[in-house]
Design a protein around this ligand. Structure first.
Ligand code: TYD
Ligand code: MG
Length: 463
């Protein structure tokens, strides 16, 4: 029998080393190496035999069947959208998010939906007892007879149960609590997480079961454990949101079966997560009108246009250094736009504090928001309210020019659907849009510079 080998792993990034190191050469973290035993028999891959089907020879690509992977509709449209049309049998997905954000709730609801419509769902929890899951399930109305729960942390026992039950979906909550008995390192260590995830991947591929893992995130908001977890799985979803607000956003950062940048919106209620199909309406619900510094912008998340309110507050600096903060939007982008406004539009913002915020706890990051942010800053600085029925769209360049944005038609259509009367958009895009036969039942104003954008969006602004 081969001797068990010990290796040192960086608990931060998964870097391997034969000896202990004070500082990880991979990620620069100090004192992060921990010795772990690696059992050679396990790393060599038990179960490989079983996974190997006789027909695995190279075949011409165009003879491979199933260009469209079959999907299991989850019944939760927002989740389906993020997954690219439903769960894929035999796939492995990873859901990350801060503690208490609602990962377990979401996945129990997913298990319930699958158990109700498709087949057996097995919800494995290493964190809660079956009783606790039952209590949660009662709140969510999860009572499908095919929804099975298992409070277990031993991977071999889980594999045995999967073999016995043959579920359509397996949820493992969370991968950091699961351990394989052949490895002596503690659950949650790099060796364990890596090995357990790899075995679950083989299990998914071999049996055609869809497997969803919950992953805890570190304080830097990356999924804890080795980076390879993200490379290994087919999809990485992040569940995020402000814990003090009820909206939760599910985002795909990797998806082998669909587009990333897709976004699903949920609201955490007393009876669990409720889908919010109308994202724009939710984010605009409490918008003040006639107040300086508030602008509605149209952001595109994947294929989905979302209107959000950007708020700016510009006040004279009390102490020497001007303060700038940005919530829900890239800080450096705000600094850039302040510089453009100062240099190209002659606004003396150098001695002003500027606070920027995307209302409703949304996080948006797209160049098409630039013009809206610039308008919000100028509006607050000049104390001139924006027209509440105008949506502002456009990327801003360093020369103060307004540059084209993609998919203008979708953004305009969303603005029109929500009853806005005007869109201020880049002149370049509006020409292309018109040529492509675009028309809308609202006024579309094309602008070429930030200066023109301010003129168009601010009420009664004197040139
Ligand atoms: P949970 O799914 O346990 O979070 P995670 O698994 O990501 O740590 O969700 C925890 C929070 O959600 C908890 O603070 C209570 C809240 N919650 C509701 O508001 N309504 C509900 O129906 C449920 C089940 C939870
Ligand atoms: Mg949980």
């Amino acid at each position: 029998m081969a001797r068990a080998r010990t290796v040192f792993f960086c608990q931060h990034c998964g870097q391997e080393s034969p000896k202990w190191l004070g500082r990880c050469p991979g990620c620069g973290e100090w004192n992060s190496f921990v010795e772990e035993k690696v059992a050679p028999a396990v790393t060599a891959g038990i179960g490989d035999r079983k996974a190997r089907t006789p027909g695995e020879r190279p075949i011409p690509l165009n003879e491979v069947e199933g260009a469209d992977a079959p999907r299991l509709p989850t019944g939760l449209t927002e989740l389906d959208r993020v997954l690219g049309g439903g769960l894929v049998p035999g796939s492995l997905a990873l859901v990350g998010g801060d503690p208490g954000i609602g990962k377990s709730t979401l996945l129990l609801q997913l298990s319930q939906a699958i158990a109700e419509r498709v087949g057996t769902a097995l919800y494995v929890s290493g964190e809660e007892s079956a009783r606790q899951i039952r209590l949660r399930g009662d709140r969510l109305g999860a009572a499908a007879p095919r929804l099975l729960v298992l409070a277990e942390t031993d991977l071999q026992a889980i594999e045995e149960q999967v073999d016995a039950v043959k579920p359509t979906l397996v949820v493992v909550d969370s991968i950091q609590t699961i351990y394989h008995p052949d490895l002596t390192s503690a659950p949650g260590s790099v060796g364990q997480v890596r090995e357990c995830a790899a075995r679950l991947l083989r299990l998914a591929k071999a049996t055609g079961t869809a497997v969803v893992l919950v992953g805890h995130v570190t304080k830097e908001s990356a999924i804890a454990g080795p980076r390879i977890l993200e490379h290994l799985v087919d999809a990485v979803l992040y569940f995020e949101g402000d814990r003090h607000q009820s909206y939760r956003i599910l985002r795909a950062v990797k998806n082998r079966f669909g587009s990333t940048n897709e976004l699903g919106l949920f609201e955490m209620r007393e009876q669990g997560l409720v889908e919010v199909p109308n994202a724009s309406q939710a984010f605009l619900a409490e918008r003040p009108t006639g107040v300086a510094g508030s602008v509605v912008v149209a952001s595109l998340e994947g294929t989905r246009p979302i209107l959000v309110e950007v708020q700016a507050l510009v006040t004279p600096t009390v102490f020497g250094m001007a303060r700038r903060t940005a919530t829900g939007i890239d800080y450096n982008r705000v600094l850039l736009l302040l510089a453009v406004l100062e240099k190209r539009c002659g606004l003396a913002l150098g001695s002003q504090d500027a606070y920027l915020k995307v209302a409703g706890g949304a996080r948006v990051d797209e160049p098409a928001l630039d013009l809206g942010v610039a308008v919000a800053l100028a509006s607050s600085f000049r104390e001139v309210p924006t027209d509440p029925r105008t949506v502002v769209i456009g990327e801003v360049g360093l020369a103060g020019e307004v540059r084209s944005v993609g998919q203008l038609d979708r953004r305009i259509a969303e603005a029109s659907r929500l009853g806005f009367a005007r869109c201020v958009v880049p002149r370049g895009s509006v020409e292309a849009w018109r040529r492509a036969g675009g028309r809308a039942d609202l006024e579309v104003v094309g602008v070429a510079t930030v200066e023109e954008g301010l003129q168009a969006a601010l009420q009664g602004l004197q040139p």
